[in-house]
Ligand binder design. Structure first.
Ligand code: PMP
Length: 354
């Protein structure tokens, strides 16, 4: 840290992203990307409609917001776009949380929530998951805090139903409840329809997973128009052109090709069932997942060791340095071929392990 670094963030521990190797010849199952690129139909649209790059992007992002609004039967003013959903999560902390408006989130969840809480100097309460790794809605009743929940949760993949989220909303009418639906398209149910009923609900989704655009950096938040107007104050006070013209063009192209998204999600869900069943045959415990990853452990080898041995063999999965989940690994679901490479390597590692 240089002598110029602000004292305000002296103790900030940054988020550790999953490894992003430069080479492409690894089996990359560590950061929950989609294994399929955006479709040719989406690219054709993007090429035809991209705004000249010598001009600033269209600042209101109206075409993309309108297309999302149509999909969810809401209005464009219910939507704000972000440079990835990470930016929107940070905007939500900046907009709705402070030293007097504290926050709560599960103790095992997306690793960026504690970082954004620290960055924005927001007191945070971590609510333990239940023994079976589930989130119990009643643990979030009347906390007197804003709430952030990933649904499906990461890294467990387990999901709450919209009815359960509604219970949390009714018990927190005076606080903002942020539901992070990064993985909702792989078997969860979206809570976006509830924004019409609850002015304290903000739902955040990403184009990084089911829409194949992790490299494009695009996410959106849906909520009551007043919440979205608040978020826009922060957007226009930080980076008004937060979505670049290339991403706006391919984002709209992807939105206009729902068939591809749906087909890709179906394939991922089939590959998930296949991988979970094969791992269970090998003695693994696999949590029931509604996401494009599974969370698994085996008594035969600990999570960190399995991660390291797979990495030596060119297969990347994710291990988290947290005592409660030390035994576990999070494995992104890719193509059937990628999953077979993973399974072959795991079988060989288990055979070598005394
Ligand atoms: N929420 C959760 C739960 C995630 O796992 C991720 C991906 N790391 C994100 C949000 C952020 O995704 P992105 O910024 O790519 O939209």
């Amino acid at each position: 840290m240089s002598r110029f670094y602000s004292y305000r963030n002296a103790n900030l521990v940054p988020y550790t992203p999953g490894e992003q190797p430069k080479v492409l010849n690894v089996t990359k199952l560590n950061t929950n990307e989609c294994p399929f690129p955006p479709s040719e139909k989406a690219w054709a649209f993007a090429r035809e409609h991209i705004r000249p790059l010598n001009l600033y992007p269209e600042i209101q992002c109206i075409d993309v917001r309108r297309a999302i609004a149509e999909l969810h039967d809401i209005e464009p003013d219910n939507i704000i776009l972000g440079n990835g959903s990470d930016e929107l999560l940070n905007f939500a902390f900046m907009t709705f949380c402070d030293d007097r408006r504290a926050v709560a989130y599960p103790n095992i969840s997306y690793g960026f929530y504690p970082v954004y809480a620290d960055l924005n100097h927001v007191p945070a309460l971590e609510i333990p998951l239940r023994e079976d790794f589930s989130i119990a809605p009643e643990d979030y009743f009347d906390l007197g805090r804003n709430i952030f929940i990933a649904n499906p949760n990461a890294p467990t993949g387990m999901a709450l139903s919209p009815d359960q989220v509604e219970e949390i909303l009714t018990h927190n009418r005076d606080h903002v409840v942020v539901i992070d639906e990064a993985y909702v398209d792989f078997g969860g149910q979206t809570c976006i329809p509830l924004i019409k009923k609850y002015d304290n609900l903000l739902v955040i989704q990403t184009f990084s997973k089911s829409r194949s655009l992790a490299g494009g950096r695009l996410g959106f938040a849906a909520g009551d128009k007043a919440l979205i107007a608040d978020l826009n104050i922060i957007k226009y006070s930080t980076n008004p052109y937060n979505i670049n013209s290339m991403t706006l063009a391919i984002g709209l192209g992807v939105l206009l090709d729902e068939e591809t998204r749906i087909a890709n999600c179906r394939t991922i869900m089939e590959n998930r069932a296949y991988t979970a069943a094969e791992l269970e045959k090998l003695g693994f415990t696999v949590l029931p997942s509604c996401a494009n990853f599974i969370f698994a452990k085996t008594g035969a080898i600990d999570g960190k060791a399995l991660y390291a041995k797979l990495k030596e063999r060119g297969v990347l999965i994710r291990h988290f340095d947290k005592p409660e989940i030390w035994a576990w690994n999070r494995i992104t679901i890719g193509t059937r071929e990628q999953m077979d490479i993973l399974l072959t390597n795991i079988r060989e590692i288990l055979e070598e392990t005394p």
